[in-house]
Every structure is written in C-alpha cells, then in structure tokens.
Design a protein around this ligand. Structure first.
Ligand SMILES: Cc1ncc(COP(=O)(O)O)c(C=O)c1O
Length: 348
C-alpha cells in the first residue's frame, strides 16, 4: 500500500503524529493514505461544481472499558452505497467490509483512542474521454475520501433554541432527500445561516406541505402525553440512523413511538422536543421561534433517551452488540494496529 508520511522531515515510519483534537493527520483518498491537509482534488472536480457527491458522518465511541467502538458503521456505509447507486458512483470500494477495513486502518494511523468522527465522501470526479462537457453522471469518474476528526461526545451537551426556517426541505421527487447528497446541503446551509443570524442555534424546516420535516442536520422528535412523535421515514426527511436507534430504544423501554406528520403547532405545544444526529446525539430543543417549549428545561423523556443512547454507544458489554464494532487500538509504541483485513481498492 502506498503511503506518504505526513511529517516530511521524518524518515520511514519511526515518527508518528501525536493524538490530537480535530482533523486526523492521515486521510484516505482514492486508494492511498495521504496527508489530510494536502489538497489533491483538481479544481474541475465535478462534485465541487454540481454537488454530485454523498457523504456520511460516523462515530466511534470510547467505551467504558477503554476500547474504541464504531457505532452502526455497517448501516452508515450501506446508506452511502445506496446514494452511490443513485449518483452512479461505482469506481470505489463497494463492499461494506472493505470500507470498514479502510476506516479501521485510518483510525489506527491517526492514533485515535478517544471519541472520533469519521467523514467518508464519495463523489463524481472528472469527465472520461469522449464524455461531452456538461452536468452528467455516466461517463464521469469517481473518487472516495475518508477523513477522521477527534470529536468528543458528551451526552446532553447543549440545549438548543431553534428558529422556524423560511427555507423548505425539498421534496424527494426533486432531490433524493433520503440520501445524504452533498448538493442538497445548500438548503441546510441557508436555513442554518438564517437561524444563526437571528440568534438561534439551529432551525426546523417545513416540507412543501407545511409539515415539520427536520432540523438542518438532525431529525426531530416531539413528546406529547407521554408518546414520542416523529415525522415518518417516508416523508421528505433523511431517515437518520440515530433516529432509528432512538425509536428502537423507546420501544424496548416501553415508550410508545408514532411516526406521523407534525404541524408547527404540534411542535409549539409539545411537552418536549429534541433532535437526533450522529454528530450531536440527543439535543433538547427548549425554544422554538421565540416561544418556550414545555417548561423550558430538558424534559424527562429526552433525558432518559439521551442516557439510553449514551449507554448503548459506550457500554461495550451492554445491549445491542450488533451495533458496535471494536476498532483495534494502536500499539503502545505507536505502531499502527493491523487492519481487520487488507483494504480492497487501496494501492499495494
Ligand atoms: C439532513 C440530516 N437529517 C438527519 C440527520 C441525522 O442522521 P444520522 O442520525 O444518521 O446522523 C443528518 C445527519 O447528518 C442530516 O444531515
């Protein structure tokens, strides 16, 4: 496998970057492990111009027994590969096990031994010979990169006050909203920018028919009369993996969950509202568009679900072992741990 040592003053593999917060020193890019800060994509990269890419946000959590555990990594890569099929991205490793092997090796190379956020990005790259210029998917080459970030997760880290965005979530027959297509995030960026400019932390977006869809990068739940309500997975939302995890944990703990349309007034009058995402876990929403939600404090159901989520992501010997995949921890002398298997698609 070809590697470039990120520290150009070092020789061979005797020097390893120290563990740190933020972007890992190594990245994976089109079959190689490379310096993460080294710009490599041509300015003509198709995804940069047309938003023809798909990404994932995956987390590995340090368990209470000291190991690092990837959480629902298979489901994340399966979702990315479904989006790749939509975008005709075929010339990348397309086996989930190969993508996991690359991810595990990258985590080892970056010496992550605490909570880490993994960002794969699959994208259209360059027109192949004989492809006419223009916006297209067929006849355009593909690329896959993966970067990692040291990014601690703290359970309920913050309470959010949200605005109600004037930007609407696009319908899935215009943009496949159930996939994490890069171009679709312009709506999230506009809504987030609008909310922050008005002093809010985030925004809730309505869909075309005026129902609450989700936040800019998170799904939304409301609690009313002890029941947990969330928009259906078949509406114009991204059906999040955290959303699915929380629905499962609710049902297992005896809390009724209803997937149904929510009007803005359902949310204004809810006892509790919270958001869910891989990046931020469970985030209580204590205010919406200048109104107080419930009693303005973190609700009992929200707190209980946040605790259950924390437990299932961190307790290596706890429930749902099928959701966690242990990552090999690097050797004490800094030698990278061997990958689970040789990543396919990487250059030997
Ligand atoms: C638009 C959108 N909705 C929902 C989510 C939550 O998805 P997940 O729980 O799979 O992270 C995300 C995550 O990035 C998102 O970008």
């Amino acid at each position: 496998m070809t590697t470039r040592h990120p520290d150009h003053t070092a020789t061979g593999s005797q020097r390893r970057p120290a563990p740190r917060m933020g972007l890992g020193t190594w990245a994976y890019d089109r079959g190689e492990f490379v310096h993460a800060a080294e710009p490599r994509l041509p300015l003509s990269t198709q995804a940069l111009h047309y938003g023809t890419g798909t990404f994932e946000g995956i987390r590995a959590y340090r368990s209470d027994r000291g190991s690092l555990q990837l959480f629902r990594v298979r489901e994340h890569y399966e979702r990315m590969l479904r989006a790749c099929r939509v975008l005709r991205i075929t010339d990348i490793p397309t086996e989930v096990e190969d993508l996991i092997a690359i991810t595990v090796e990258l985590i080892g190379r970056n010496n992550h031994d605490a909570d880490v956020y993994i960002r794969p990005l699959a994208h259209k790259l360059a027109l192949l010979p004989d492809t006419p210029p223009g916006v297209s998917l067929a006849g355009v080459s593909d690329g896959l990169s993966i970067t990692t970030f040291g990014f601690p997760s703290y359970g309920i880290a913050k309470e959010a006050r949200c605005g109600l965005s004037t930007w609407r979530r696009p319908p899935r027959d215009s943009l496949p909203t159930q996939h994490k297509i890069t171009g679709g995030y312009v709506t999230s960026a506009l809504a987030s920018d609008q909310a922050r400019a008005a002093g809010y932390d985030d925004a809730l977006l309505l869909d075309g028919s005026g129902h609450v869809a989700e936040a800019t990068t998170a799904n939304v739940f409301a609690v009313a009369a002890g029941r947990v309500l969330t928009p259906p997975g078949t509406s114009d939302i991204l059906p999040g993996i955290t959303r699915d995890t929380l629905i499962t944990l609710c049902r297992e703990s005896g809390t009724e969950v209803l997937e149904r349309e929510l009007s803005p007034s359902d949310v204004f009058t809810a006892d509790e509202v919270f958001l869910s995402s891989t990046g931020n876990g469970v985030v209580p929403v204590v205010g919406l568009a200048g109104r107080v939600i419930g009693n303005g404090a973190v609700g009992e159901v929200t707190r209980r679900l946040a605790d259950l989520y924390d437990a299932v992501t961190r307790h290596a010997d706890g429930a749902h072992p099928e959701w966690r995949l242990p990552v090999n921890v690097p050797e004490a002398d800094g030698t990278p741990a061997p990958p689970h298997r040789q990543p396919a698609g990487s250059k030997a």
